[in-house]
Design a protein around this ligand. Sequence first.
Ligand code: 13P
Ligand code: ZN
Length: 272
Amino acid sequence: MKNILKAPFIKELGEIADNMYRQGWNERNGGNISVLLDEKEVLPYINKNKIIRDLEFKGEFPSFAGKYFLITGTGKYFKNISKNPEANLGIIRISDDGKNAHLLWGFSDGGTFTSEVAMHLGAHRERLKIDPNHRVVMHAHPTCTVSMTHIHSWDEREFTRSIWSTCTECIVIFPDGIGVLPWMVSSGPEIGRISAEKFKEFRILVWALHGCTVTGTSLDEAFGLLETVEKGATIYNNIWQCENRKSIDDKMLMEICKDFNITPKEGWLNPQ
Ligand code: 13P
Ligand code: ZN
C-alpha cells in the first residue's frame, strides 16, 4: 500500500486549503471542500474493505453508491489541513443503499465530515448530470462577496450583472452567472436541498450574509471561480458609492462575448 500522505489528491487539497486560508476566506472552521475520487486513484492507498466506522448524513444519494469522496471535517480549521491531513480530512465510500458513508481513512481524532455534507452531495449529483467531468465542490466565506450581499439586492440577475460590470474577465469566466440564495440557516438538509436545485443552473452559488459555494472539474478550476467572483465583488464594494463611476455596460459585455465566443446567460444582458 502506498503512503496516502503522498497522494496527489491529499497534497493538492492541502495546498488549496492553505491558499484559501491565506486569502482570508476560511476563518476558523469556515468553509468545506469535497472531491469526487475515482476508485483507481484511491485503491493504491487504502483498503476499501477496511471500514473504520460509518458516518451518517441526512438524505439519500443512491446515484453515489460505492463512490469515493475526499471531504473536509466539521469544525476543522483550514489552516491546519496541510499540517495534519489525517485529522482534518476523510475519505468515504457511499454505502450501497446511498443512505450513509463508510469512513475508510481520516478523521483520526474521531471527527466526522462537514455539516454541509448534504449540500455537497446534492451539488455533486446535479453538476455531474450537466458535466460528467465535474469533481469538486468548494465552500468558503470570501469577505468581499459576503460584504456585497449586505449592500446589494439578492436578485441573482442583478447581482451577477453588477459583478460582470466591474472587470472584463468576469463574464468570460462565468457567463452562466451567479445564483444567489436569500439568507437562511446553514448546515442542514434544507439548505442542501435548495442549493442542489440551484446547482442545476449555476456553478456558483452565493448564500447571502454567509458565503459562496463553487463547483468545478478540478480544485484549481473551482478556486478560480471563487477568486474571480471575489475580485469582482471587491471592485464593486470599492466603487459603488463613487460619483461618476465607470462601468462595463451591456454593449461592452456583448462585445466581450462576441470576441471570446461565449454565450451569456439567456436574458441577462439587455438587448442592444
Ligand atoms: P463545517 O465546519 O461543518 O464544515 O462548517 C463550516 C461552514 O462554513 C458552514 O457553512
Ligand atoms: Zn459556511
